[in-house]
Design a protein around this ligand. Structure first.
Ligand SMILES: Cc1ncc(COP(=O)(O)O)c(C=O)c1O
Length: 413
């Protein structure tokens, strides 16, 4: 059997059309709800916000949900609500989107990193090593790509050291750890509803969830100008009791989010089915490591991320991603530079880069190393795995990978 020529050197692409890394599915319900909000003139505040908050809290199994302008702001408000401000140290992963750490910098806190495990989630053992030698004020875990972190160990250390746990659940709507939804594991959690995420709002959007009444009230006040009305009702309009921001979700965004939430379980089912198809097609390929479903919970596959061994597959990671893109597959190299190697962190003590450097002294991140995060940043490939794809698209992703590796290794897969 002959080996097909990769599209990057003039062959036919495996897929005739572009297979995007993410695409929101917006149905008639979302469209009608937006029209309803527009027709009522309820553009900013309105009933969809409260409806969405109630439903989201119920879905996660928590007492409170506060809809926000985006996931970054949800994290910022969560850190502030816990008083993780000037010079407080927040322990988190170096392999995440910038917002997990930049929201901490914006409260005046100091991000401290602990290395990740092979699955890209923060390592409880590495957290333990940091806690033994440094005073930490908060731990922010990120359930990476939709896979819950190993929470039991992390929560038990947090209790032992009396440190709050924040969950950055931006990738993990509906993921479960030992029967509980993520977001219902730590003290407070932040979700993003950016359109590429598992569910979207009608624009940007985020949510904070917590079971703690006091934290919920503080978070709501911070998100909503510190105005008492937001927690005590209209009689207290224009009474301002603390410093706050305008970081709320709009009614139009919430209209979309409310109907998206109803489809979340269905979306997750499809993501998990597509992940199974990809794993079946790829697990026997030498040089490819596929993601795994944890025994302790439910992975929701916000992204399907493989790691590659460049020598075995015959392609460098970046070439491989480029070659897949030529096959019409929107592969990405993802977080290809861990946070501690980003220019922001290398220059973090320079007030021109970070105005908090005028009052906060940060570690010299350039001297730090997190070997697993650094390795994964060089070997990971993000692949599409979402319900806007067809089963045929998913099969084409698997086929394209097998084709490219066959070409380089000379062995038909
Ligand atoms: C892990 C993580 N945290 C936080 C965020 C920030 O969310 P948003 O884009 O809604 O501000 C994102 C968004 O991509 C993310 O991936």
């Amino acid at each position: 059997m002959s080996i097909e020529k990769p599209a990057i050197i003039g062959g036919e692409p495996v897929s005739k059309h572009w297979i995007p890394i993410a695409k929101p599915i917006i149905g008639d319900e979302e469209k009608q709800a937006v029209m309803e909000a527009l027709e009522k003139g309820a553009l900013a505040s309105g009933e969809f916000i409260e409806k969405f908050e109630k439903e989201f809290a119920r879905y996660i199994g928590v007492k409170h949900a506060i809809a926000t302008s985006c996931g970054t702001d949800a994290l910022f408000i969560s850190y502030l609500s816990l008083d993780l401000t000037f010079n407080k140290k927040i322990l988190t992963t170096p392999l995440t989107f910038i917002a997990t750490a930049s929201a901490a910098i914006c409260t005046g806190a100091i991000p401290i990193f602990a290395d990740v495990e092979e699955d890209a989630n923060i390592s409880p053992e590495e957290i333990s090593k940091v806690l033994e030698k440094e005073h930490i004020n908060g731990i922010c875990v990120v359930h990476m790509y939709g896979k819950p972190c190993r929470m039991e160990k992390i929560l038990s250390m947090a209790r032992e050291y009396n440190i709050p746990v924040i969950e950055d659940a931006s990738h993990a709507h509906g993921a479960e750890y030992k029967g509980k939804k993520v977001g219902n594991l730590g003290d407070i959690a932040a979700f993003s509803l950016y359109p590429a995420k598992i569910i979207a709002a009608g624009g940007w959007g985020g949510v904070i969830v917590t079971n703690n009444d006091e934290l919920a009230e503080t978070a709501r006040l911070i998100a909503l100008q510190g105005e008492l009305r937001e927690v005590r009702g209209t009689k207290t309009a224009y009474e301002f009791v603390r410093i706050g921001y305008n970081m709320r979700m709009s009614n139009i965004e919430a209209a979309v989010a409310y109907y998206q939430l109803r489809k979340l379980n269905k979306f997750i089912e499809i993501r998990r089915k597509y992940a199974r198809i990809l794993t079946e097609m790829l697990e026997d390929v030498p040089g490819i490591k596929t993601p795994t479903d944890p025994a302790y919970g439910k992975h929701v596959y916000y992204l399907y991320v493989i790691t590659i061994d460049e020598k075995k597959i015959g392609w460098s990671r970046d070439e491989f991603v480029e070659a897949l893109r030529k096959e019409n597959i929107d592969a990405r190299r993802g977080y290809h530079k861990p946070l501690h190697q980003q220019e922001l962190f290398l220059k973090i003590n320079d007030p021109r880069v970070n105005y908090f450097a005028k009052i906060v002294k940060y570690p010299e991140y350039s001297k730090l190393s997190y070997p697993t995060a650094e390795k994964l940043s060089k070997t990971s490939v993000w692949l599409p795995c979402h319900p806007a794809l067809t089963e045929k698209d998913v099969e084409n992703i698997g086929k394209a990978i097998r084709k490219l590796i066959s070409w380089k290794t000379g062995k038909k897969l």
